[in-house]
Ligand binder design. Structure first.
Ligand SMILES: Cc1cc2nc3c(=O)[nH]c(=O)nc-3n(C[C@H](O)[C@H](O)[C@H](O)COP(=O)(O)O)c2cc1C
Length: 278
C-alpha cells in the first residue's frame, strides 16, 4: 500500500499492521457472505444460548459477595439511571427527526472539551473521554439525512470551535441514498431502519496521531477510544431521549471515499445511527 507522508509526523505504522487493518476491512463483495454468517449465528439456538451465558470459567475458588448499594448520591443515581436506559435502538420515527438543538446537545454531552488549554502547562485541553497520551486520534463525522437547518451532507465535527464543517453537500436525497447504500449497505441490510435515521455518526481514526508516539500499539488506543466515544454517545442519547445504534457493518473503502480520507492511516472504526426512537 502506498504510504503518503504525514505532514506532521513520521509514518510509524508497520506494514504488518497495515496488513491487519486491510484484513479487517469489509468489502461490498463480502457483505452477503458476512451477513449470512451473522444470521447463522443469531438464528442458532445453540450459539445464542452459549453466548448469553458465557463467562470466564474459574473453577473452584473463594468468592466474596459484593454489596448492593441501597442509596446512591444524586450524580451516581443519575448515571445509574442512564445505564438502565442505554440501549441500541434500531427503529426511528419516519415523521419526526432530531433538531439541530438536540444534535448540539448530543455532541456536547458525548464528545466535548471540558477543560480549556493552559499554554503554561503544554498539555492539550481535557475532553470528556480519556485518551492515551492525550492524543485524541478519533475524528467525529456527521452524515446528515433529515436534520432540518443543516444541508444534506457530510460534516466534520470541530470539537474546538463547536461547529460542524461541511465536507460535502449531496445534490439530492437520492444522491445521499445511493452513497449510504454503498458505504453502509443500507439497501442490503434490514437490521436498522436506515431511511428513518436523522443522521449517522462516523468515528474515523487518524492512527498516525496516536502511533507517532506509541508506534503500532497506538492502534489499540485508537480502537479503545472509539469505544469510549460510542459509550458516551449511547449515554448522551439516553439522557436526551434520542435513539442510537452502533453500526459495525460498513464498506471501509466506500466510507473512506465518501468522507474523503487523505491518508491510509485514516480508518473508520465504527458508525452510529441516530434518530427519534419509536
Ligand atoms: C462494535 C459494535 C458494532 C455493532 N454493530 C451493529 C450493527 O452493525 N448492527 C446492529 O444492529 N447493531 C450493532 N451493534 C449493537 C449491538 O448489537 C448491541 O450493542 C448488542 O446487541 C447489545 O444490545 P444493547 O446495546 O441494546 O444492550 C454493534 C455494537 C458494537 C459495540
Amino acid at each position: 500500500m502506498n504510504k503518503l507522508r504525514n505532514l506532521l509526523f513520521e509514518p510509524c505504522i508497520s506494514d504488518v499492521s497495515y496488513d491487519f487493518l486491510e484484513q479487517s476491512k469489509l468489502y461490498s463483495y463480502q457483505a452477503k457472505e458476512y451477513s449470512e454468517r451473522l444470521h447463522a449465528v443469531m438464528s442458532s439456538e445453540y450459539f445464542m444460548r452459549n453466548i448469553s451465558q458465557h463467562s470466564y470459567e474459574m473453577g473452584f475458588c473463594e468468592e466474596f459477595e459484593l454489596l448492593n448499594t441501597q442509596e446512591l448520591a444524586p450524580l451516581a443515581e443519575a448515571l445509574h439511571q442512564l445505564n438502565q436506559l442505554r440501549i441500541s435502538q434500531r427503529n426511528y420515527k419516519s415523521d419526526e427527526h432530531i433538531s439541530l438543538q438536540e444534535l448540539s446537545h448530543f455532541l456536547q454531552l458525548s464528545y466535548s472539551i471540558t477543560q480549556h488549554y493552559d499554554p503554561a502547562m503544554l498539555i492539550p485541553p481535557r475532553r470528556n473521554i480519556p485518551s492515551g497520551g492525550g492524543l485524541y486520534p478519533i475524528d467525529v463525522y456527521l452524515i446528515n439525512q433529515h436534520i432540518e437547518k443543516l444541508p444534506i451532507g457530510i460534516f466534520l465535527y470541530d470539537i474546538f470551535s463547536f461547529k460542524l464543517k461541511l465536507i460535502h453537500k449531496f445534490s439530492s436525497a437520492e444522491d445521499l441514498n445511493q452513497n449510504l447504500n454503498k458505504s453502509l449497505f443500507t439497501h442490503q441490510k434490514n437490521d436498522i431502519a436506515y431511511a428513518h435515521a436523522s443522521a449517522f455518526i462516523i468515528l474515523g481514526a487518524e492512527l498516525e496521531r496516536s502511533c507517532f508516539k506509541y508506534l503500532n500499539r497506538g492502534i489499540r488506543w485508537a480502537m479503545i477510544e472509539a469505544g469510549e466515544i460510542t459509550q458516551a454517545m449511547y449515554l448522551a442519547s439516553a439522557s436526551l431521549e434520542l435513539a442510537s445504534c452502533a453500526i459495525g457493518g460498513f464498506d471501509d473503502e466506500s466510507m473512506a471515499r465518501l468522507i474523503g480520507y487523505k491518508h491510509p492511516s485514516q480508518v473508520t472504526l465504527l458508525a452510529l445511527s441516530l434518530g427519534k426512537g419509536i
